[in-house]
Design a protein around this ligand. Sequence first.
Ligand SMILES: Nc1ncnc2c1ncn2[C@@H]1O[C@H](COP(=O)(O)OP(=O)(O)OP(=O)(O)O)[C@@H](O)[C@H]1O
Ligand SMILES: [Mg+2]
Length: 283
Amino acid sequence: MVRRPKWLRKDELFKTFEEVWDAQTLMAAYEVMRRLKLKRFAGVVSAGKEARVYRAIGRDGREYAVKIYLTMTAEFRKSIYKYLLGDPRFQSVDTSNTKKLFFAWARKEFRNLKRMYEAGVPVPKPYLVYQNIVVMEFLGENGVRSPLLHELADHLDEQEAERLFREAVDAYKRILCCAGLVHADYSEFNLMLHRGRLHVIDVAQAVQLDHPNSPDFLAHDMVNLVRFFGKRLGVETPGAEELVEEVTSCSLECPVEKWVPSEADLEHVASKARDMIRLRYAD
Ligand SMILES: Nc1ncnc2c1ncn2[C@@H]1O[C@H](COP(=O)(O)OP(=O)(O)OP(=O)(O)O)[C@@H](O)[C@H]1O
Ligand SMILES: [Mg+2]
């Protein structure tokens, strides 16, 4: 049984924990605070449809982003079928148990984050997963989170936009070539500019290359890049098909060998993704 640590005042905990928390989440949060030696929760960073992201502060002053899955929306249920069940790492999840689905999803996010982090992708450093809670590095300064690319769209000059496009392509290349994953929700809403560098967030839905829908997700991610950087920001980007070619032609030094995909797998996914773009996204 998880107990509230003595140093944690009850009223302080409840102040930020709000009414959306059930008893089990509250206990899970105690446990997370105990394990990571967190001093307090310091406000909601984002209240999304399924998850809330909080800023928390460690006893040593370090800041953390704490993502808690709370609401099972219809959309979320669909995601589970689309992104979780096709993933060989999560085939045995009992889909009739909502709590277990949340836990599996949080675990999936953490594992993807860790794999990307170890593969050298610019993502927040992962710290811990516990039940429906994922804890990672807080990307921000002085308690304020860093901006998303979508929030910067009207404030970027041509050069900055071009540089960020390159960084977005390079980060994707690393996700694919060094982590063996397809992000599957790669857009200006999940890319942050932190300390002058592009960072990738929100990786729960990322799948391995051997997922049956990975070509579809890859195609969609590349179309998103062209739409945002090309059409919205006016960067001269290659077409989505050429981008598929570029990100799948892996000539990177990877820090970890074990996730590097074979050339045959890459070529298979690339060719299907290109077909998909021609069929589905032709102008
Ligand atoms: N590590 C982090 N550091 C700082 N802020 C973060 C971090 N992770 C997420 N956020 C903030 O929380 C928001 C939601 O996070 P994320 O994109 O991971 O969740 P989501 O499930 O997509 O939520 P939504 O339903 O709002 O799209 C982000 O847009 C960002 O503003
Ligand atoms: Mg998001």
